[in-house]
Design a protein around this ligand. Structure first.
Ligand SMILES: *Cc1c(COP(=O)(O)O)cnc(C)c1O
Length: 373
């Protein structure tokens, strides 16, 4: 049996009629940028996250970049984040002239270790950029407490957490803004690149809206800011609106699949992902286990037709492009160890129960046979 990690064709097959109709209707409308679909998508997504404003843009990376710019991050500003994330998180900081300052993660949540944030704060620190990694929201209450005490802004990297909640609140309700990604493989994926800024702050919303179209304010061809070409396409918005009707159901399927692995891996040497205190809903963008024999485990799964992936194999502080930041091996031991031990297993919503049970059996067999548990 084959168990793929991602299967975007199945999403299309499930919604084929509606997706085809939505795309064709955009094509025949002659209206391809900043139209009705974008406006409605912004309303629908923002409302689902209990946020006042949604500003659709070209990608999750742009949502981070524009969000930070709207917050006023510029030359020389330090932004605290973790080295265990997708590279876009720090590109957004650096492309605004800022400097990422890393703080290690906790070994159970893979999110920022709040006990180490204060040590990283300097007179140049302007913001904290926590990531809600793999679909679990970071410890935002503690982060906001530090941010308020030290007068720092907070942007949530919510690229992997649409639909997630913490203490009953959806992402985007702690920081001054949050960035969503609709890259095709995310829990809600477009048919190409797309993203969105969420905020409850009207100034951030207005500035972000201007920045995505070259920094143009109310009057045409009058520029307040140095901006971007980062509109969301109408076709992408139309596709996302159709898929969004299924998101809750798809996230629920990921949870059902996660429980199958949880049961299979209990009391083995393969550690299932933790649901940390405060998490009310984990959306398992990735179901990421920890295994000291990770590479062997990955090979074993592969031999049995079960796909898996390593998010992330190399922490950002050890990437060649960011050597200039001056970090060294050993600086963030929890992140470095995670890079050696993590493996993400297939939980995508279109897998059948049989497929997930098979994958869980294969995983359990490896754990039991090799560890003798
Ligand atoms: C996907 C992702 C991004 C970037 O989103 P794109 O839409 O691919 O530009 C940023 N941060 C994290 C944590 C991501 O997973």
């Amino acid at each position: 049996m084959k168990v793929p990690l991602v299967d975007l064709r199945s999403q299309y097959e499930e919604l084929k009629e509606d997706l085809d109709a939505a795309v064709l209707s955009v094509l025949s409308s002659g209206n391809y940028a900043s139209g009705e679909n974008v406006r409605l998508l912004e309303e629908e997504i923002a409302a689902s996250c209990n946020c006042r404003y949604g500003i659709a843009c070209n990608s999750g990376t742009d949502a981070l970049k524009i969000g930070l710019q709207a917050m006023g991050i510029s030359e020389g500003d330090e932004v605290i984040t973790t080295p265990f994330t997708f590279v876009a998180t720090i590109e957004a900081i650096i492309q605004n002239g800022g400097k990422p300052v890393f703080v290690d993660i906790t070994s159970d949540s893979y999110n920022i270790d709040v006990s180490q944030i204060e040590r990283a704060i300097s007179p140049r620190t302007k913001a904290i950029l926590p990531i809600h990694l793999f679909g679990q929201i970071a410890d935002m209450e503690s982060i906001m407490e530090i941010a308020e005490a030290k007068n720092l802004l907070v942007l949530e990297d919510a690229a992997q957490s649409i639909g997630s909640t913490r203490n009953g609140k959806p992402n985007g309700n702690w920081g001054i803004a949050a960035a969503l990604s609709f890259f095709p493989t995310k829990n809600l994926g477009a048919a190409g690149d797309a993203g969105m800024i969420l905020t409850n702050d009207q100034d951030i919303a207005d500035r972000s809206r201007n920045l995505r179209v070259h920094g143009m304010a109310k009057q045409q061809y009058l520029y307040d800011d140095i901006g971007h070409t980062s509109r969301m396409d109408e076709i992408q918005a139309a596709v996302l609106r159709v898929k969004f009707t299924k998101l809750a159901q798809w996230n629920e399927a990921r949870n059902i699949h996660a429980r199958i692995y949880d049961r299979a891996l209990a009391e083995t040497d393969i550690t299932p992902p933790a649901i940390v205190s405060g998490t009310t809903y984990h959306t398992y963008h990735q179901y990421t286990v920890r295994c000291s024999r990770r590479d062997e485990f990955k090979a074993y799964l592969g031999e049995h037709g079960v796909a898996s992936a390593i998010y992330y194999p190399i922490p950002l502080h050890l990437q060649p492009a960011y050597a200039y930041l001056g970090y060294r091996e050993g600086d963030f031991p929890v992140s470095e160890r995670a890079c050696r031990e993590v493996l993400s297993l297939p939980v995508q919503p279109h897998l059948t129960t049989e497929q997930v049970e098979y994958a869980a059996d294969v995983a359990r067999h490896f754990a039991v046979a090799k560890a003798g548990v």
